[in-house]
Ligand binder design. Structure first.
Ligand SMILES: [Zn+2]
Length: 113
């Protein structure tokens, strides 16, 4: 059973992580400015869309992570936090300490990932 103190601690770690992830995603969402003075519009547009593609590729793992953090936070509020989604056993505190958004216990993580 996870103590209330530990739960509060995980919650604050997850909230910090959420803030950082949201900021990083926001930074990537801002289209890069290549300067509007170029007369060669075709070149500028293709540079920008290329950069946008790179940003989307960078954004994807951040969004996945943010989703995991949000799920973990809602489990802290609604119950079920710290329980392995695959075998329903409690996830050990050591693993949650390193990775508080973990959905799986150590064994299932090794087995499924
Ligand atoms: Zn498990």
């Amino acid at each position: 059973m996870i103590s209330k103190e530990a739960l509060t601690n995980y919650k604050s770690i997850l909230e910090d992580e959420k803030t950082i992830l949201e900021q990083e995603i926001k930074d990537l969402e801002i289209a890069p400015d290549f300067g509007g003075n170029s007369t060669d519009i075709d070149t500028e547009e293709s540079d920008e869309s290329e950069a946008m593609g790179t940003n989307i590729a960078l954004m994807q793992p951040l969004k996945v992570r943010l989703q995991e953090v949000n799920d973990a936070l809602s489990k802290i509020v609604n119950g079920g936090y710290g329980v392995c989604e695959a075998c329903k056993k409690e996830i050990d505190a050591e693993l949650l300490g390193v990775n508080p958004e973990s959905r799986l216990c150590r064994e299932c993580k090794l087995r499924l990932q």
